[in-house]
Design a protein around this ligand. Structure first.
Ligand code: GLU
Length: 464
C-alpha cells in the first residue's frame, strides 16, 4: 500500500482564511488517518503579493489550530535551482521549448483568434514539430519557456469530491513555464513540488480545478506519478454569497480574538464539507479516525455562525477553568477588572460558562465580580423598598456569622424570607443590585459565596 502524503500549500498573500484552514485540516487528518505524512509548503513565488507577515499569519493559524506538519515548511523561493533543473530537463527531452514571441505579439495573436470568434490562445509559432522549420531566433531576446501541451485528446481525472472531470487538451494552451529571466511559473512549480514531495493526495479549493489538467500534463511529461485530486467547494456566507468580511471574520486568527476555542473551530470546519452520519460533536482523534474521502460534500457549504457559537459553548463548558481564566484575564484587565481580593477567576468562570458562547461573552459576564458596583439610583428606588428593607437588614446581620457556603447561605436566605413573609424575588433582586450593581446574575447564593463574607457585608452596609 502506498504511504499517504498530503500537503497544504498556501500562498502567503494574506491571512489564513477559513477555506484554507479547512483544506489544511482535511489534508492533515487524511495523513493522520493513514499514519502518513503532512507536508507544509509555502507558495511564495508571487513576489509582489507574498509577505513574511503572511507567512507568519499562516504559521500562527496552523499552530492555534494544532495542525502540526510533519515536513516543511518548504518555501518555493528556496527551490528555484530545482525548478530550473527540471526546465532544463524538459527542454532536453523536447517536452518544453523556447518561444521568442514578445508579449505584444502574443496579445496580437490572441486578438486575431478572438476576432475570428475562436478561443484566444498561443498559435504555436515556436512549437517544434517533426518536419517543421522554426523561425530564426532573434538576437538579444530572452525567450520564455513553454510547455508542449498535447494537442489532442482529453485530460481526465477522478476527483474525489466532484467525480470524473474531463478537459480537452484543445482548451489548454502551451503554458509558459519559465519567464525570460528564468523564473518558473505557478502551475509548473506546483507540479514539480508535488512530484518531489511525493504527494499522493491533493486536497485544495475548487478554484484550482482549472489548473489541474495543466498540472497533470506537466506531471505526465516529467514522468511523475499522479496524485489523487479532491477539489473542495468554497465556503459561502449564510446568504449564499462567497464568504467575505461582510459575513464576519474570515481570518482564522480573528477567532481566538473573538473568543473561540480552537477545538470548536476544528470541529466546526471538519463538518463543513464532510460528514460522518449525524455526528456533530467529535474530537480530533475521532475525526482522524473517521475521516475519509468518501463523505466529502460536493456542494458548497454555508458558514453558520450560530452553529459555531453552539459548538464553542459546548467546548467552553468542557474546558478547564484555569485555561479559560488564562484566556479571559487579559480581556478583563483591559476592561479595568481588579483582581485584588476578588473571587478566584476559575471559580467564577465555572459558574458563568454554562451560558457563554464565546470567551469574550464569558469575560464580560465575569466582570461583575471584578468591578466596584455602582447600582443605578432608579433601580435602587424600585427594588430597595421599605417593604424589603427590614429583611435586608436582618439578612446583613446574619451574614456576620453564617457559615459561608452556598447551602448555608441559601438556607439562611430562606429563613429570612419566611421570617418576613416575603417571596424570593423580592429579596434576590435588591441583593443582586447591592452586591453586584446589576439585576442579572447567576443564582444569588452562588454569587454571594464567591464574593465572600467581607465584600458582601461591606456592600450591603453601604446601602442599608
Ligand atoms: N497556493 C495555492 C493557494 O493558496 C494552493 C495550491 C494548491 O493547493 O495546489 O490557493
Amino acid at each position: 500500500m502506498t504511504v499517504v502524503r498530503t500537503r497544504f500549500a498556501p500562498s502567503p498573500t494574506g491571512y489564513l482564511h477559513l477555506g484554507g484552514a479547512r483544506t489544511a485540516l482535511y489534508s492533515w487528518a487524511y495523513a493522520r488517518h493513514f499514519g502518513g505524512t503532512f507536508v507544509l509548503r509555502i507558495e511564495d513565488t508571487d513576489l509582489e503579493r507574498s509577505t513574511p507577515e503572511a507567512v507568519q499569519a499562516i504559521l500562527d493559524g496552523m499552530q492555534w489550530l494544532g495542525l502540526a506538519h510533519d515536513e516543511g515548511p518548504f518555501y518555493q523561493m528556496q527551490r528555484m535551482d530545482r525548478y530550473r533543473e527540471v526546465v532544463g530537463q524538459m527542454l532536453a527531452a523536447g517536452t518544453a521549448y523556447q518561444c521568442y514571441c514578445s508579449p505584444a505579439e502574443v496579445e496580437a495573436m490572441r486578438e486575431r483568434f478572438r476576432a475570428a470568434g475562436e478561443k484566444p490562445r498561443y498559435d504555436g509559432t515556436w512549437r517544434p514539430e517533426d518536419g517543421k522549420t522554426l523561425p530564426v531566433a532573434p538576437s538579444g531576446v530572452q525567450p520564455v519557456i513553454r510547455f508542449k501541451n498535447p494537442l489532442d485528446g482529453d485530460v481526465t481525472w477522478n476527483d474525489v469530491v466532484k467525480g470524473t472531470i474531463t478537459i480537452g487538451n484543445k482548451e489548454l494552451d502551451d503554458l509558459v513555464i519559465a519567464r525570460p529571466d528564468g523564473t518558473p511559473t505557478y502551475n509548473f512549480c506546483v507540479a514539480v513540488d508535488d512530484w518531489d514531495m511525493q504527494i499522493t493526495h491533493v486536497l485544495r479549493g475548487d478554484d484550482h480545478v482549472n489548473n489541474t489538467p495543466r498540472q497533470i500534463n506537466i506531471l505526465r511529461a516529467i514522468g511523475a506519478p499522479l496524485p489523487q485530486y479532491g477539489h473542495l467547494p468554497m465556503i459561502l456566507g449564510a446568504d449564499g454569497e462567497k464568504l467575505s468580511k461582510r459575513h464576519g471574520a474570515v481570518s482564522v486568527m480573528d477567532y481566538p480574538e473573538q473568543g473561540y476555542l480552537p477545538e470548536a473551530m476544528l470541529n466546526y470546519l471538519a463538518r463543513l464539507g464532510w460528514s460522518h452520519g449525524n455526528d456533530e460533536v467529535f474530537t480530533m482523534d475521532q475525526f482522524c479516525e473517521w475521516f475519509n474521502l468518501e463523505h466529502l460534500t460536493a456542494s458548497a457549504a454555508r458558514f453558520d455562525h450560530e452553529k459555531l457559537g453552539w459548538l464553542n459553548n459546548h467546548y467552553i463548558k468542557l474546558a478547564d477553568n484555569e485555561r479559560l481564566a488564562g484566556l479571559a484575564r487579559p480581556r478583563m484587565q483591559a476592561e479595568g477588572a481588579s483582581f485584588d481580593g476578588a473571587p478566584s477567576l476559575p471559580a467564577v468562570l465555572a459558574l458563568m460558562k454554562e451560558r457563554s458562547n464565546t470567551v469574550v461573552e464569558l469575560a464580560d459576564a465575569a466582570m461583575l465580580f471584578y468591578r466596584t458596583p455602582n447600582p443605578d439610583a432608579a433601580l435602587l428606588a424600585q427594588h430597595l423598598t421599605d417593604a424589603v428593607r427590614p429583611a435586608l437588614v436582618d439578612f446583613a446581620a446574619r451574614c456576620a456569622d453564617v457559615e459561608w457556603t452556598k447551602p448555608a447561605l441559601a438556607a439562611m436566605l430562606k429563613e429570612v424570607l419566611v421570617a418576613h413573609g416575603l417571596k424570593m424575588p423580592l429579596m434576590a433582586m435588591p441583593l443582586r443590585l447591592l452586591v453586584t450593581g446589576q439585576l442579572q446574575t447567576p443564582a444569588i447564593d452562588a454569587v454571594l459565596e464567591l464574593f465572600g463574607r467581607e465584600v458582601v457585608c461591606a456592600r450591603l452596609q453601604k446601602f442599608i
